[in-house]
Design a protein. Structure first.
Length: 730
């Protein structure tokens, strides 16, 4: 892949790089000084830096620099040193350390910059991925045409602890971090090994990084164990993402001190709904039950549907250790083999959980509906309820399918109402993202025995629709009280960015699918048509994931904006306070307004929203990492055979393939493709063989074989098989 020659770029030059155009030489000098703002250079240094070798051009440099100085374009010191006179910009942003050679600084939104700033590794001042930094932007752009800069100060470290494998030699040790964006090994003195042995997985804390040192120095603070073992690898993921291993003792003590009994005085202050048939529907292995549904027919023939949510804020009071810990965690995290709960088990599985045959304190949305699922009236407030039955999803679905069993009539009618609510939601523009979820069957040691794709049935959609209805109703209630001026926690989802949507549409086209997004086209309808079209097809998983990534990210905020994906003008999270801190915030604010309180300061609540959104991302990233780990382990243990797959990505260094049977993604590296030399056609996202003209394109069905797996890097290496059958000559 040679670089095209540019005839115009040769003007003003002769063989040997001789510059004959003084204006061009002046531009090169000026550009160099602007990009080295704050530094002084004499003529000899400039000649060396610009790699000028011929004597004629060397002799022209100093006169050109004096001429630039005379015109005020550059500055000259009494010692004949020259420097830039341009004023640089200073901004703050976050480091995205993409590879060992350079990083990008993502500017804070307040600067209104459209482009990230590139910073060479030598100019990073030891800043690492995710760090907040203050940088100076060079007045002139670099060779790539991109704005470049230099880190002046690290404002805040994103992390100072890393998981990795320790390598011990006779005189010293290093920890090689697992984190792909940490490009430096961490030096450890022999006295700071903490009992770690060679090749063990450890957590190392950076303690020092002097400016003159290439690598940071650290101290091992936790030995995780032998690499490759299930418990060690899961603990590695927890440590990598900063997830807590246990609760502080004082938090457990505070939780255990809460009495079991509900005071009679508390019950009298609430709406008593214990006599109304109520049940919970959750996964078979669930231990915390956030929500319950009640059902009865009113005297006027309408239906009363109650959505009852665990009243967590009754037990978790402001300014307590429990509250502080819940805020810090902000969400429960669901790894492949365990839950890291937001609240201690005493609360999450006990006091707050809506367990069957127990009186429970709840916060409820109660709806009066007709047979068309129109909401005629609703009531919001604190209640006391009693769950009569705990259903697993499968049990409840069976009651509907077989038309027999506990509450089968109630479940059937609720299902009919939910379908009507759902249809109305999609008619109004909701987007139907039915993502594929993978679940592993693990033995007692955590070894994956099998893999299954979770199936979403009517009963899942029933629960979803009533939870969405409650969330929307609460958000609209608060918004309508004072036209959105009252501080509240909303869950918002912005309209998709047109450019990102066009990129996705082009991607979908390579799989043979058309996404119409032109003027006058309703984007949600076009997306739904595409989602319906790909159901059951090999490319379903990859296109669904890419469609979601092309959307704006949903987040928590006090701004009363809408939710594009759900087609709601206002939406919040009210229904899962056992596992989400924002729902606790919503409960507190909602009760405050029900008690006719005045709107509190928005800034404090907005800060909590930002924190919650960040913790939500951390949870999602760690959950994905744990699934990827099990996928790699599963494919390492899987039968040695050929698998059908679909090409999900093409880069200059390899081809990503998702194995259809297991939904695991691996890579065929270009260096392992021995049948030809392949060039990357970036515009069309494909590889082309230089000799045989074979093309490897997105969406292509291929046969692959696993040749290597790497637990540390969580990667699966593949190779193509049956070349002649798999590559189409085009």
């Amino acid at each position: 892949m040679g670089r095209k020659s540019n005839k115009n770029s040769q003007q003003g030059k002769k063989k040997g790089g001789k510059i004959t155009d003084s204006a061009q030489l002046a531009r090169k000098v000026l550009n160099f000084l602007d990009n080295h703002y704050g530094q002084e250079f004499n003529a000899k240094q400039i000649i060396k830096k610009l790699e000028i070798r011929d004597s004629l051009t060397k002799g022209a440099v100093e006169p050109v620099m004096h001429k630039l100085a005379d015109s005020g374009s550059i500055s000259k010191s009494p010692r004949n040193y020259f420097s830039s006179v341009k004023e640089p910009e200073f901004i703050e942003g976050e480091v995205d350390f993409v590879n060992p050679r350079f990083a990008y600084i993502i500017p804070d939104s307040k600067y209104g910059l459209d482009e990230d700033i590139q910073v060479k590794e030598a100019d990073l001042k030891h800043a690492l991925d995710g760090d907040r930094v203050r940088i100076m932007i060079h007045p002139a752009k670099g060779r790539s045409g991109r704005q470049e800069g230099k880190v002046l100060e690290i404002l805040e470290r994103n992390r100072d602890e890393f998981v990795g494998r320790v390598e011990i030699s006779p005189r010293f040790a290093f920890v090689v971090p697992d984190f792909k964006k940490m490009h430096h090994d961490i030096f450890v003195h022999k006295g700071d090994l903490g009992g770690a042995e060679h090749n063990q997985k450890v957590v190392v804390k950076m303690t020092e990084w002097r400016e003159e040192d290439k690598n940071p120095t650290g101290k091992i603070i936790r030995v995780l164990g032998k690499a490759g073992e299930h418990e060690v690898e899961i603990h590695s993921i927890m440590a990598e993402f900063g997830l807590p291993f246990e609760y502080p003792q004082e938090v457990e003590e505070e939780a255990n001190a809460i009495p079991d009994e509900i005071p009679e005085k508390e019950i009298k202050n609430r709406r008593d709904m214990r006599d109304i048939p109520t049940f919970t529907i959750d996964p078979a292995d669930a231990k915390d039950f956030d929500d319950a549904i009640s059902y009865r027919i009113l005297e006027n023939g309408n239906y009363e549907i109650g959505v009852h949510i665990a009243d967590v804020t009754h037990y978790v009071k402001p300014n307590t250790k429990l509250e502080k810990e819940a805020y810090d965690r902000a969400t429960s995290v669901y790894l492949v083999d365990r839950t890291i709960p937001m609240l201690p088990e005493r609360l999450s599985n006990g006091l707050c959980s809506l367990r069957p045959n127990e009186d429970k304190l709840t916060f409820s949305c109660v709806f009066e509906m007709d047979e068309n699922a129109d909401v005629l009236n609703h009531w919001i407030g604190r209640t006391v309820t009693h769950s009569d039955r705990r259903f697993a999803y499968e049990e409840a679905q069976e009651c509907i399918d077989k038309q027999e069993g506990d509450f089968f009539q109630e479940l059937t009618l609720l299902n009919e109402l939910a379908k009507k609510i759902r249809k109305r939601r999609f008619d109004k523009g909701a987007v139907n993202f039915e993502t594929v979820e993978v679940k592993f069957k693990l033995d007692e040691k955590g070894t994956p025995l099998g893999l299954m794709v979770k199936e979403r049935k009517d009963i899942h959609k029933l629960i979803e629709e009533f939870m969405l209805l409650a969330n929307r109703t609460v958000a609209e209630y608060v918004f309508n009280q004072n036209k959105g001026k009252d501080t509240f926690v909303y869950r918002i989802h912005d309209n998709p960015d047109t450019e990102r949507l066009e990129t996705f549409a082009n991607f979908a086209k390579k799989f043979g699918h058309e996404l119409k997004i032109g003027e006058g086209v309703r984007i949600s309808r076009a997306l739904n048509q595409l989602m319906d079209e790909i159901v059951g097809k090999p490319e379903q998983n990859v296109l669904e994931q890419l469609a979601i990534r092309s959307m704006a990210k949903a987040k928590y905020t006090t701004e009363p904006k809408g939710h594009f994906g759900l087609a709601f003008k206002h939406y919040t999270h009210f229904t899962s306070p056992i596992r989400r801190y924002p729902d606790m915030m919503v409960h507190r604010l909602l009760q405050h307004y029900l008690d006719e309180g005045k709107s509190p300061d928005a800034e404090t609540w907005e800060d909590k929203c930002v924190h919650s959104s960040e913790r939500e991302k951390r949870a999602a990233d760690s959950e994905r990492a744990s699934i990827k780990y099990k996928q790699v382990e599963y494919m390492a243990l899987a039968e040695d055979k050929d698998y059908e797959g679909i090409v999900t990505g093409v880069t200059e260094w390899g081809v990503f393939v998702e194995i259809t049977e297991t939904k695991c993604e691996g890579m065929v590296r270009v260096t392992d493709m021995k049948d030809d030399y392949y060039e990357f056609d970036e515009k069309n996202m494909r590889l082309i063989g230089t000799r045989n003209k074979k093309m490897i394109t997105l969406g292509e069905k291929v046969m692959v074989r696993v040749i290597a797996t790497d637990i540390d890097r969580r990667t699966i290496d593949l190779e193509f098989v049956n070349d002649e059958q798999n590559y189409k000559r085009k």
